[in-house]
Design a protein around this ligand. Sequence first.
Ligand code: TYM
Length: 345
Amino acid sequence: KRVILSGIQPTGIPHLGNYLGALSNWVKLQKSAKPNDVLLFSIVGWHALTLPQDPSTLRSARDDMLAVILSIGIEPTRSILFHQDHNPHHAELCWILNCITPMGKLRRMTTWKSRLAASRNAGSEDEIDESLLNAGLLTYPVLQAADVLVYRATHVPVGEDQRQHIELTRDLADIFNRTFKGDKKSRLFPLPIYVDTPSKRVLSLRDPSSKMSKSSPDTASRILLTDTASQIKAKIRSAVTDSTQGITYDPVSRPGASNLLTILAACTDSDVTAVAKLYETKGHAELKNDVADAVEELLKGPRAEFEKIRHEKAFLDDVARQGASRAMQHSEATMREVRTRLGLA
Ligand code: TYM
């Protein structure tokens, strides 16, 4: 039996990177799941709080995210779709894991190091770098580990930027298993497997040296799942490529064009080297046209569905309520065993 779990932060409409790196894989896994596989997809509001959030914006972003996930084809009758913050077991296990997590491991997380670097760039002295950052940013991956382990998940479909967090999750599972063997002398947590896609790292359209992200100030750097056909066209057309004749797939020296090929291959479910071959003698303009068409083809269905269900508030609330209650049935069994092993029962 597989237990598949993933999560996404409710920080605005997801972009094409979120979709091609993770969300589309959720749908694929749902389609190929065996009847006794368990699928859990979580909107992780507590993770979002590590950065300042305006309460009313967060409130509507939570509904946006639920509606987007439904509109791409996650079926609440098959998958358990829920808000992380509706299940307190995540926070309970997070605290317990905090108490077995070596600080050094957290300080080595690249997400933490990039926060530190950003605060250093803000002009502060080395020593006060950390004091400007909240503790949630440091312990963020422990909460993520709790999200996964509280369901004893075996597979975690995410983009490449989350790989290190899954490795930490495996480490923490292993530490717990070895430290708290229980009466049955058994290992409580499976070590979860990181599951990626060929498009595990979609790049910014404006700066192909960095990944497509929600936080870039340049809105032309990302395509949102709700963008219209003309917005998609304009953003792809303004994508940064290079001035070399012809198209080749060469992520190191031609990251911009290669990113477009990756996107095209992912949208059409084909192999990137095969796609590249088709464009060998063609120009960037033609590639961009075809990418824009393929992205529009991919997004038009979900976009229409989103417009339909986004304002069905009672329906969305109902999905969230049922999802939380089903999620808690699964996590309760884990937490009972965790408490027993720790001497907290
Ligand atoms: P988040 O909300 O930043 O992103 C959601 C998913 O999108 C993937 N992703 C990308 N994939 C390819 N190219 C990109 N440019 C790109 N940008 C984002 C991310 O890898 C992710 O899979 N910490 C997580 C959320 C989380 C989680 C979890 C995930 C919390 N608990 C438990 C799995 C299991 C995050 O911030 O994702």
